[in-house]
Design a protein around this ligand. Structure first.
Ligand SMILES: Cc1cc2nc3c(=O)[nH]c(=O)nc-3n(C[C@H](O)[C@H](O)[C@H](O)COP(=O)(O)O)c2cc1C
Length: 208
């Protein structure tokens, strides 16, 4: 009995040493579930950038799940996503930065995988301090390795669709955001361990 327990513990330690990803926290998100939201015309009419994130109200997991699904979640059985994507490469990665750390959204598993235990919202805010007050900041990154030509152009265009999905979803869900290129890109690149083959393109502080 004791031997078995020891063996299991050793195997668990070995797994963690050989595969640091296994040590990362994975948070399952609730299924996206949209309440009765406004019409598309109303969302287009009323969408506005907001820079006031003083309200400390947090986003529920349900709200975050809805927002991430709208951004670039899986929307069909063949694996296509809510945003169009050049050659369907689905290159846009969404990082969720909150007080308790930073997480990578996995649209297929509908989970968040922790990639940092640090509050990176000040790095996302950069010189625009208001953004650090938002309970959540989404950071949009393109994986340029997926393209074999015009990678930077395609990544920049793809991110625009995801960003607009976020803008319209926030409006429809009754929350606020602003798309921003301002950020401390060097600090974020280092904290999120982003290689030079990725493009850190835009971020969205989100709150009430
Ligand atoms: C590519 C892009 C970059 C932007 N960067 C910033 C930014 O760094 N900081 C900011 O406060 N707003 C930023 N904005 C928001 C624009 O200032 C805003 O969309 C514009 O003033 C129009 O206002 P509206 O979104 O309310 O219609 C950016 C918007 C886009 C599309």
């Amino acid at each position: 009995m004791m031997k078995n327990l020891l063996f299991t513990l050793c195997m668990a330690c070995l797994t963690l040493v050989s595969n640091p990803a296994a040590a990362q926290t994975e948070i399952p998100l609730p299924k996206p579930d949209f309440p009765n939201t406004m019409s598309l015309a109303e969302a287009l009419q009323t969408r506005r950038s907001s820079r006031d994130f003083a309200n400390p109200r947090r986003l529920s997991d349900q709200m975050l799940s809805n927002l991430l699904w709208a951004a670039c979640g899986v929307s069909s059985a063949d694996g296509k996503i809510t945003a169009p994507s050049a050659m369907n490469k689905q290159d846009i990665r969404v990082y969720v930065c909150r007080a308790d750390g930073a997480y990578l959204y996995d649209p297929r598993a509908n989970t968040l995988t922790q990639v940092s235990a640090t509050d990176l919202r000040p790095a996302v805010a950069g010189r625009q301090a208001f953004a650090a007050q938002a309970p959540v900041s989404l950071v949009l990154v393109s994986d340029l390795t997926l393209f074999n030509h015009n990678a930077e152009q395609m990544g920049s265009i793809d991110v625009g669709y995801v960003s607009q999905n976020i803008c319209l979803a926030c409006t429809a869900l009754g929350i606020k955001t602003v798309p921003r290129m301002t950020m401390d890109a060097a600090a974020l690149r280092s904290a999120l361990s982003l290689p030079e083959t990725t493009a850190l393109l835009i971020n969205h502080p989100v709150g009430y």
